[in-house]
Design a protein around this ligand. Sequence first.
Ligand SMILES: [Zn+2]
Ligand SMILES: [Zn+2]
Length: 335
Amino acid sequence: MRPIYQAELVNGVFGDPAVYIDLKFESRALLFDIGDVARLPTRKLLRLTDVFVSHTHMDHFVGFDHLLRVCLGRDTGVRMYGPQHFIDQVEHKLHAYTWNLVENYASDFTIVVHELDAERMHCAQFRSRNRFDREPLPAIRLSDDVLLNDEQFQVRARPFDHHGLPSYAFAFEEHTHLNVWKNRLDELGLPSGPWLTELKRRVRAGEPDEASVEVTWRTREGSRSERFSLGEIKRRVLEAVPGQRVCYVTDVAGHEDNRRGLISFLHEADVAFIEAVFLEEDREHAERKAHLTATQAGSIAHEACVKTAVPFHFSTRYFPEERALREEFERSYRR
Ligand SMILES: [Zn+2]
Ligand SMILES: [Zn+2]
């Protein structure tokens, strides 16, 4: 089964961090960090439904204004997720502009902001028709770090230390795909149809194998029906394929605490975007700035058994020479 998404680094290795996750079958997309996003075409910005911000250093958040500018007239709105003070920060950004005409807009562009706290997300919304005044929403309790749980995927977050402040790493995780063996359906003389969607739903919900499944369908001779146990029909017609996992890590100090936490968070990721800001020879500087060196990043990806690791957020002090950083990263990752 092919993955349902495509993940791309928006600004290459030297530009502001942003990873665009295109959900191919939903005309919908997610964004990890919103640094400079001017390079994304409007049609791609308009597809964004959820934007996750690791922390609000400028290079990770400055693209918010551009997104707002492009999306203002649309009706669907966007959800944003970010660290402590995030609701205030979005509010400040919105209130830097004058909104005396927006009440007349046909659409009501709404930003729902989620501010991450230890066990919950504080929430507020800002609507264009309400001149983007803050409207509090009930907080959402977090379970297992899951910020967003969709039918096909979930997004989780974990904070890591970045100079005394948290920088959130994110993981986009596809749920297990349940494929139908069409030939086995034929062998059993069963039709395809909505009952299969219902069957998948029940399997995903974790119903017990003894539960009963009734398949009813029409033939020329009239109505037919057969009964199975959930366990049996699941075994005979469904195939479970584990979903993929894409992780995003940036702006984290290279100390042991972070290293251990990251190895666990990134464990066996299919793809991991991981910052590799400085060369190992500039390690002291990396420590002062609370960033990873290429050697540290590569070694974390190696220890975590990441299948494809993509280094990024290279310091512009090396611009335009990216080879040394890449080579150092690869040496450490593939050792
Ligand atoms: Zn940064
Ligand atoms: Zn930072």
